[in-house]
Design a protein around this ligand. Structure first.
Ligand code: ADE
Ligand code: ZN
Length: 359
């Protein structure tokens, strides 16, 4: 098919119908294999599934319709979101519930060409309601195994401590999870950031690392750059979740660039939780231009208006990122992933092939 000489890529509309030699940035993004490194599995609970599980388990929600749930998705900050997120998690009771939620997420992101996922699970949210750690971890694990076999998506779980609770409670969560250590790759730190610095969790992270788990932590989402320093120095994390406030501290930026510490940035989340006023004002491009190892992720996609491709596409278009930028952040994610080397290289080779095709 010949295109008129003056048809630029940005003017095309039905990209998916075009042969590959006319691939534009939208179709490139859709075709890129992706790794999602920052995803709270409980944040994938879509309103329809939330309602269905509330009926299945006889859990009364403060909403009677899917529309009422959706109407509540209007957040002013992280805490206002977490309050609603915790209400949603109450419908999860059985191993099958955790399986169904995880499977729904995997089926959804298969459409976005996601090939590897690293899921945070806050077991404390569930054990506090009497749901055993085993129920949570085994239900998610079963879905991850089916995802690998049926969808070709590899996956790992990250046990995420809740920072608004005490370190003693995190120690208990670690103890309860250690019998399932084979199903967990790392530990993380999430929930209300302000007033709960990484230093609060120094001992439990040290013990988790001794047990062979790697460490990541949310830092610099709402909290100050100092929390990022603490996560690196005191928790020995290998990745920072969010980290967008690092730009306020040039010395920290230099350190993160020097060590190429991956930042798992979640652009739509940052807009939904008012970290930035709009996507056009997001600092993602500045992070990239500073030489930081940034990646794109969805955080809590059921609540923040989009899964992986939505995050990629909206970030690219609002900040006018180039194809090379999108390829770079996609490679960053695979390079930062806790995954099998052969599989990593297979996906990196597919990306390199797409880069050549794009020209
Ligand atoms: N738990 C779920 N989503 C979160 C986020 N964006 N930040 C901190 N904790 C979370
Ligand atoms: Zn998060």
């Amino acid at each position: 098919m010949d295109l008129p000489a003056d048809t630029s890529r940005s003017m095309l509309s039905s990209y998916d119908l075009l042969p590959d030699k006319y691939m534009n940035i939208t179709s490139l993004i859709k075709r890129l294999p992706k790794a999602e490194l920052h995803l709270h599995i409980e944040g994938t609970l879509e309103p329809e599934l939330m309602m269905a599980l509330s009926k299945r388990n006889n859990v009364t929600l403060p909403f009677s319709t899917v529309d009422e749930i959706k109407a509540a998705y209007d957040f002013s900050d992280l805490q206002s979101f977490l309050d609603l997120y915790h209400i949603g998690t109450q419908v999860l009771k059985t191993e099958q519930d955790f399986y169904d939620m995880t499977w729904a997420y995997l089926e959804r992101v298969a459409k976005d060409n996601v090939k590897h996922v690293e899921l945070f699970t806050d077991t404390q949210t569930h054990t506090d309601r009497g749901v055993p750690t085993e129920t949570v971890i085994q239900g998610i694990d079963r879905a991850l195994k089916d995802g690998e076999a049926q969808l070709g998506i590899s996956g790992v779980q990250i046990l995420c401590f809740l920072r608004h609770l005490s370190e003693a409670e995190a120690e208990k969560a670690l103890d309860a999870a250690l019998p399932y250590k084979d199903q967990i790759r790392a530990v993380g730190l999430a929930s209300s950031e302000m007033g709960h610095p990484p230093s609060k969790f120094k001992n439990v992270f040290a013990r988790a690392r001794k047990e062979g788990l790697v460490a990541v932590a949310h830092a610099g989402e709402e909290g100050p750059p100092e929390y990022i320093h603490e996560a690196l120095d005191l928790l020995n994390v290998v990745r920072i979740d969010h980290g967008v406030r690092c730009l306020e501290d040039p010395k920290l930026v230099a350190r993160l660039v020097q060590d190429q510490v991956p930042l798992t940035v979640c652009p739509l989340s940052n807009i939904a939780l008012c970290v930035f006023d709009s996507m056009e004002q997001h600092n993602f491009k500045q992070l990239l231009e500073a030489g930081l190892c940034v990646t794109i992720n969805s955080d809590d996609p059921a609540y923040f208006g989009g899964y992986m491709n939505d995050n990629y596409l909206q970030t690219q278009s609002a900040l006018n990122l180039s194809a090379a930028d999108m390829i770079k952040v996609t490679c960053n994610a695979f390079n930062a992933a806790f995954m099998d080397e052969t599989l990593r290289n297979t996906h990196l080779e597919t990306i390199a092939q797409l880069e050549r095709e794009f020209g």
